[in-house]
Ligand binder design. Sequence first.
Ligand SMILES: [Zn+2]
Length: 505
Amino acid sequence: MRIAIGQLWQESNTLNPLPTTCADFEAFGIFQGADLIERFAETNELGGFIQSLQAWPERKEIVGLMRFAAWPGGPVDTTTFNMLMDRMIDTLQSAGKVDAVLLALHGSMVAECEPDVEGYLLQRVRELVGPAIPVVGTLDLHANITQRMVDNAECLVLYHTAPHVDVMSTGRRGAKALRKILIEGRKPVTSFRKLPMVVPAERANTQDPDSFSYGIRKLLESWERNHFVLSAGLATVQPWLDIPDLGSSTLVVCSDQAPASWGEHACAELATNVWDHRRDYLPTLVDISTAVRAAFDAARPADECSELAGSPLTVISDSADATTSGSTGDSTAVLSELIKYEWPRPALVTLVGPETVAEAEAHGSGAEWTATLGATRNPRVFKPITLPVRVQNIFDAKFILSGHLAEKLPIDMGRAVVLMYKNVHIIVTSRSGPHFAPQLFQSAGLDPFTASVLIAKSPCGFRAAYADHAKQIFVVRAPGCAPSDFWTLPFTGIPRPLWPWDEMA
Ligand SMILES: [Zn+2]
């Protein structure tokens, strides 16, 4: 028995003006064949696939296809799209006869020439392997699921959590669903509902018992405990996609052992429940100046403000420039407010700026100069800021990410520097990446948990790392490619009516 596995992972953001290119995939690491299986046996969905398949008692061979991953960013350019599709299909073709295909997909990858990349790939896989070979895919909770994706896979398995702390276990769930189809001979039936709604990510915290999303996660988990349910999921979609077919989805995959219409009823009930609670997803945004002022008040030494003993940390989510949502990461909107204060402990803020890193390296460690920072990648939306800075540290932003989005995922954000202005530490990286991760700050020699304030370029996932450490958390109203009030922007390619652009009964 031969089972082919592969990965195609990127969350695209069509408001980001910078296309995602071959170089972005190469920077993240392209792997294939036995190398893929060796390197990713403990990482993310591929690790979940590999460990599960290896535990199957049947004789089997795991066939590694391609692992293509790039950090969230602008749409994939056409050359890169063709390269990704052709190499994935060519590797599957040259693998010879396989008995099943298991793919770790994101579900929201958009190319300049194709708004439904995963649907296109699944269709080509189906055309190659034929109707008799099971194809199972895993998807992010922010997938934009299309009918073409559903039609060309026996089963799609979604993350249940945001922050995404179930990435690897979703791989295991994918392998488990495949086992029911391939080994136990169950016939899967997918029930799928597309909802005319898109919601912000900020309040969709499935780990917070006070959140609507928490109840949904518990419900989906309980459904999947039924032996006849192969998969149950809600995809609340990556909102910053100006494409046809944009919308949230509910999906339930049952086997032929399910009671009649069970999957259809469950899928429809879930869709109605989510639609009725759509306003629960709207976040409360705070002005940047208010959030920074509150952070400063909380950070003052205990003798000045004794009731605020304990952790002084305030986390401010600059979700509009979230690099995890595909924004460009070069906003100075919060930085320009931070520099107005004398912080008793470090204030930590990040930027993507390869030119700034090169300039700082040329000046050297300890050098002081007047730097122009930010707005190098998205100057139409962001404003640069000019500051006298000192080069505090020059380092490689390389680390292993675990927590939101990852289980032992190698990250390389290239050469990076820490620039100091008073006690504001500006961490500038050459490449985009998880500009919220404790491991990023730690690789820069900084302790994120004892800072006065930390700016997380993440809408919700950062909470997995900081919710237990922060005295307070704010989400600010700011410019960027990933604003939570996305419906105020001029989308032209989306289907209408679509909530919250349009009010509907
Ligand atoms: Zn996601």
